[in-house]
Design a protein around this ligand. Sequence first.
Ligand code: VG1
Ligand code: CO
Length: 542
Amino acid sequence: MIEINSTRPIDGQKPGTSGLRKKTRVFQEPGYLENFVQSIWNGIGGVEDKVLVLGGDGRFFNTQAVQIILRMAAASGAAKVIVGQDGLLSTPAASHLIRARGADGGVILSASHNPGGPEGDFGVKFNTANGGPAPESVTEAIYRASCEVTEYRTLGTPDIDLSTPGRGRLLATEIEIVDPVADYAALMERLFDFDAIRALFASGFTLRFDAMHAITGPYAHEILERRLGAPAGSVDNATPLPDFGGGHPDPNPVWAHELMTLMMGADAPDFGAASDGDGDRNMIVGRGAYVTPSDSLAVIAANAHLVPGYAGGLKGVARSMPSSAALDRVAEALGITCYATPTGWKFFGNLLDAGLATLCGEESAGTGSDHVREKDGLWAVLMWLNILAARRQSVAEVMAEHWARYGRNYYSRHDYEEVDAAAAGALIEELRARLDRLAGVKLGGLSVRAAQDFSYSDPVDGSVTTKQGLEIHFAEDARLVLRLSGTGTAGATLRVYLERFAPGPEGLDEDPQTALAEVIAATEDLCQIKTRLGRAAPDVVT
Ligand code: VG1
Ligand code: CO
């Protein structure tokens, strides 16, 4: 019954920031997914007798891909595959299942915040036994395997019915179909004070959660409405759709603009939130008060002791290098270490496993803790709700007090999307070559204090990762970071991260673009992005 199909390596099956992402049409080409999945198996030393978790964010091609991967796991002798009902699992729920069941790893199908559908994107990510994204040593091994693959194994069996929880078999492999929400919801009940949050809603507190037609809908509905008593209808766009309703399931003020309009209007609820395609990102917004992801991470760290799961204190914290230094200020006050890692959640895994960090986050709206090994959108929302329930203050009040105490790191990211890859690559390379000579140089009204090409040396396993972003510090307590995205599927995307610290206590409620005007001008002065990339303005400003 096992079919052994001969194949040839396919170019470009190299995992990026978060797994392999390509146009859906590319993944649908005959043998494309099969080649990559076989390369995962080969790269990790086979799946014989192993237990795997499998699920995805429900985007177009999820259903077919899950069946292909089940057949390939069985054909290669996996002991068991635990799969989400209907092939669905959010990224954090998959991470939790891997850990809770002691699985050897898992395959998560998602291109996260990238649009879905036949014209959109698809993605495949492999997570290891700790529940986290495979570290670079493993993604490299998978890539090398993809360059050498000559055959893949599958079965000639029909699709199996994944519509009801239960157990079945595919050849000798046990297939266990699980409710995607149950275990995850139970974990959240253990971490948070559900009674306090329930009391908050009972007192009339209002919420709007925009699931953006993506995977978090069923999770948010069960947890926020059913278990915590948020009024029916608080969770919006709650049914996952294969094309996310045609939108970008990216929780930021640009793509979640309906929620933003509501939150800035006269009828705003007390609290607004959104999450992304695969449920690992979050957006937090209070009535009239948008919270940047970097600030959200800092507020969560400063208030974590109010939440039962973190009452014992934080071992340390970590942020991706481009994220603002708001977290560093809180860490300093708490007397704990703040680690700065390259972009991508895979770099937090060792810190969490080794007990060096409890909380982690990225400026791209990912926040999480050692409860799983992925960022977790709904977890961040529950963190905020628990903090608001304990402090009995509005989001705006919490932010004002936070800035008054720690100062404010004004922050913004400017993205130039799908630009010419050669032009963007040259821009970065030329700047990299100039870094050594930048100290002391005046750019607009600012002067460069130091410039470096960020590289990271993992404190746990000593692995070194280089070329992770160009970082330019200004004497005026400002910083600029430039890097190329590793999640896009067309051309290149240049990310420009802008930051400036204002110590306060006055002048802390400026518009961020105004507060950052000099850093923006210095950036243009430094590398003429607009002329070189042929863009009048960034495509997305968050
Ligand atoms: C982006 C973000 C990064 C995040 C990654 C995956 O990567 O910047 O912070 O970890 O997406 O998130 P890049 O290389 O495009 O900048 V998700 O929610 O798309 O899995
Ligand atoms: Co995501």
